[in-house]
Design a protein around this ligand. Structure first.
Ligand SMILES: Cc1cc2nc3c(=O)[nH]c(=O)nc-3n(C[C@H](O)[C@H](O)[C@H](O)COP(=O)(O)O)c2cc1C
Length: 315
């Protein structure tokens, strides 16, 4: 046993930050196992979403984000760590083992990224019609260097938008998908999991090119889901392989990209529906990646609109 010891309280705080990671339908499908000099990330199979994520790809991606958050939290506290991904073939649920090697200096900026991870939340609203500078997009891409990140524009964006619309139609026609979605959404705000009715637009704004996932609330509020304000830049995270290791790394890339976006003051929203239906995932692969690489996640980023504030009698 090494003489490195992270206190139990500190490990709890590290896991606390990691548990802030975004996950499909906020399912948080992970568990932690640890000691003073290691932390293990285990996939929680009881939280699979078989209709939405039949290949369990997003299950692992969600875990990858939690892994990235845990590593960030440890490094920001000055711990030197080594990561073993999929370390034990006899325990397939064990996705990563983080070994704590000793004390070092936190990388400059890690503290700010931890605060960004704590603050970040999905923003499904329309974004301000102000372009995100290419230099900022390049920063996001380099933050997500655990995988490849590309900016989707022009004809590629049109093709991807079609894929989202088609996937939404496939999902809308599936009773089983809709039942699964319903069981995970519209939770009361005090529920510990599932996607609560926050971060969702309640008023239609102008139409945009992307059909974003209809969580059902917009319909309940009489809002056309297709007009859920989808402006913003579209980023695609892809990998060379399409196995568990690749899915885990795609999640790590997603986590790093989202933290960096938050730090830059950008609003962000992961988008995965077009990649959940086999045919539309193949379409995105062909049109956006020329069949080289595998699409894993998409993210919409943009400048948040100023808050409307409380109404007044005279405007
Ligand atoms: C793998 C993955 C897929 C996701 N897909 C979508 C999506 O298609 N649409 C969406 O609005 N949010 C999506 N999200 C965001 C989650 O719904 C969100 O992170 C979760 O509800 C928790 O909310 P928070 O990020 O504000 O903490 C996805 C997140 C992950 C990690």
């Amino acid at each position: 046993m090494s003489d490195v010891r992270v206190s139990a309280q500190e490990m709890r705080e590290v896991c606390g930050l990691a548990d802030r990671a975004p996950s499909l339908f906020n399912s948080q499908p992970w568990q932690w196992r640890g000691g003073g000099d290691f932390l293990e990330l285990l996939l929680d199979r009881s939280l699979e979403l078989p209709e939405t994520d039949p290949d369990k790809r997003e299950l692992v991606i969600s875990n990858g984000v939690a892994l990235q958050h845990a590593l960030l939290a440890l490094r920001a506290r000055g711990w030197l760590v080594n990561v073993l991904r999929l370390p034990d073939a006899s325990e397939p649920e064990l996705l990563a083992r983080i070994e704590v090697l000793g004390r070092g200096d936190p990388a400059p900026g890690d503290g700010a990224l931890v605060r960004a991870a704590r603050r970040r939340e999905v923003d499904r609203r329309e974004y301000a019609p102000v372009p995100v500078p290419p230099s900022v997009l390049a920063e996001l891409a380099s933050a997500g260097a655990a995988a490849q990140v590309s900016v989707i524009t022009g004809d590629q964006r049109r093709a991807v938008a079609q894929a989202f619309a088609r996937a939404a139609r496939v999902h809308a026609a599936s009773d089983r998908y809709r039942a699964e979605l319903a069981s995970w959404t519209g939770m009361a705000s005090w529920s510990a999991d599932g996607a609560p009715e926050t971060g969702v637009p309640w008023r239609a704004r102008e139409h945009d090119d992307l059909v974003v996932r209809d969580f059902g609330w917009a319909e309940a509020a009489g809002v056309d889901p297709a007009s859920n304000g989808a402006a913003g830049c579209l980023l695609l995270i892809s990998t060379g392989a399409d196995d568990r290791d690749a899915h885990l790394r795609a999640g790590e890339a997603l986590g790093a990209l989202l933290c960096r976006a938050e730090l830059a003051g950008l609003a962000s929203c992961p988008l995965s529906e077009a990649l959940e239906v086999r045919g539309t995932r193949a379409l995105v692969r062909r049109e956006a990646l020329a069949d080289a690489g595998h699409p894993q996640m998409m993210v919409r980023v943009g400048w948040p609109r100023p808050a409307d504030g409380s109404p007044r009698h005279r405007t």
